[in-house]
Ligand binder design. Structure first.
Ligand code: AMP
Ligand code: ZN
Length: 481
């Protein structure tokens, strides 16, 4: 197998990423050459993740694997929002964690634990590498309180009717991530119901007065007993594990105008420094022309796909077929096509393993495909084309099987299709009669009796067995069907 790529040092890796902040393709240069800090917003654990959410996590896995493949050391941090009502800014409607707990006869803590386990089981099934750090919101309330105190000390807050608000009018560039001015952002915001807000875009940093009843998760704070606002957990935990300035922050595109905009506002208010250098956002998985969403009721889980006979790897393969910045239309037909393509891929790898085992010596057969693969990844993660490079390698005629296999497995360090776990094809033995014919043909060839050799080859072909003369000797394969 070829050696892993050299570590990135002073020079850069050639990686270009589309930065939502600025809306352009930019050369990637981390703060500390050679190592990258990545923060990925994690799940809210009051329900199972749907396959739309999982598309975003597959994208983030491809990003982290690509960074590692290009030679960077990566530290990836993901939060788990286990404070149930924090699914939006609104202090209204229902507490989803509490509702789930009531329906299931469990405590909110048990609900969080259950869905958190289910979430990581989904990630494992999709061959998504575990983040370096997984942090739970409920275990970081102190860090959130400390950060809110800094924001307050810097003068960006006001207190009204029991809750502490962030005052967005203090930040002239508040709308920079969404690329919108305040008026546009306000127009996009939902009808405001909280009369205590000075601007509808202001948001709560700490609640002591909630419209939710029977709140189970409450903590003491300088502003009274209550719970944190939605956005503060990501800023506090990202800073705790990655420092005050971060290379990459990701999530789905729905997070741009509110959640990530507010993360930037409060973080930059606290530190006075630019917070995240590259913001990457994944487009939606859509079904029946609508974004897949829990609230829209059009969602499917990984388990639902499995019930229909699809493996998590089929879904991963399906996701690899679209660039992360394109919407991906889900249908069972399209998933079916991905499933058969993946099956062909696995069979191709199995045959390649077989051929590689039989091959006498190895030459260099994969270098061009690997170089194209690397270039495609470096171009803002063009995974569909990188996948085509893998197919090209598999279909290449003539190259050394060992090298092509090594190249394919190297590519799979990024694609994560579990190709290293494929078993070489081991076909059932031919049986003494056919074996004897093959031996007779070998003898005929030695005697240069090509007429007899060809007749035997034709006879075997009639009986569904194809012969191939390789430097390592004659090899046979049963025709399918
Ligand atoms: P949530 O649990 O709602 O915070 O969502 C988890 C992640 O999935 C976030 O990064 C969302 O932006 C993302 N997401 C939500 N809906 C979709 C969708 N239909 N397609 C792709 N990603 C999504
Ligand atoms: Zn977040």
């Amino acid at each position: 197998m070829s050696p892993p790529p050299a570590r990135v040092s002073g020079s850069h890796s050639g990686l270009r990423l589309y930065n939502t902040l600025g809306r352009e393709l930019q050369e990637f240069r981390p703060l500390d050459p050679g190592s990258v800090g990545v923060y990925t917003c994690g799940p809210t654990v009051y329900n199972y993740a749907h396959i739309g959410n999982l598309r975003t996590y597959v994208f983030e896995d491809l990003l982290v694997r690509t960074l590692r493949y290009l030679g960077y050391r990566v530290r990836q941090v993901m939060n788990v929002t286990d404070v149930g009502h924090l699914t939006g800014d609104a202090d209204e409607g229902e507490d989803k964690m509490l509702k789930s707990a009531r329906e299931q006869g469990r405590t909110v803590w048990e609900v969080a634990e259950h869905y958190s386990r289910a979430f990581f089981a989904d990630l494992d099934a999709l061959n998504i590498e575990r983040p370096t750090v997984v942090c739970r919101a409920t275990e970081h309330i102190d860090a959130m309180i400390d950060l809110i105190r800094r924001i307050e000390a810097a003068g960006y807050t006001y207190f009204a009717d029991g809750n502490l608000y962030f005052d967005i009018s203090m930040l002239p560039d508040y709308g920079k991530l969404a690329g919108q001015n305040l008026e546009d952002l306000k127009a996009g915001a939902r009808v405001e119901v909280d009369p205590n807000k000075r601007s509808p875009l202001d948001f709560v940093l700490w609640f002591t007065r909630s419209k939710f009843e029977h709140q189970a998760m409450l903590w003491d704070s300088p502003w009274g007993r209550g719970y944190p606002g939605w956005h503060i957990e990501c800023s506090a935990m990202a800073m705790k594990y990655l420092g005050e300035q971060i290379d990459i922050h990701c999530g789905g595109i729905d997070h741009i105008p509110v959640h990530h905009t507010n993360e930037i506002a409060q973080s930059e208010a606290a530190t006075g420094k630019p917070w995240v250098r590259y913001w990457l956002h994944a487009e939606f998985l859509v079904m029946d022309k609508a974004r897949m969403a829990k609230s829209a009721g059009n969602f499917l889980t990984l388990a639902a796909l499995q019930e229909q006979g699809f493996s998590p790897q089929d879904y991963r393969y399906f996701c690899l077929g679209a660039h992360y910045r394109s919407p991906l239309q889900f249908s069972f037909e399209a998933l079916g096509a991905a499933k058969s393509a993946r099956k062909n891929l696995v069979e191709g790898i199995a045959r390649l393993m077989d051929d590689a085992q039989a091959e006498a010596a190895s030459a260099t057969g994969a270098a061009a495909a690997l170089s194209s693969f690397r270039e495609n990844l470096a171009a803002d993660l063009n995974v569909p084309r990188a996948l085509a490079d893998l197919w090209g390698l598999l279909r290449a005629e003539g190259g050394s099987a060992q090298d092509r296999l090594a190249g394919a497995l190297e590519m799979d360090r990024v694609l994560g299709l579990g190709l290293d776990r494929v078993e070489p094809v081991r076909e059932a033995p031919l049986g003494p009669e056919l074996e004897a014919l093959i031996a007779e043909r070998t003898e005929a060839r030695k005697r240069k009796d090509f007429a007899r050799a060809d007749a035997i080859r034709a006879e075997l072909a009639r009986r569904g067995v194809t012969l191939e003369d390789t430097p390592g000797g004659v090899r046979w394969r049963r025709e399918k069907g």
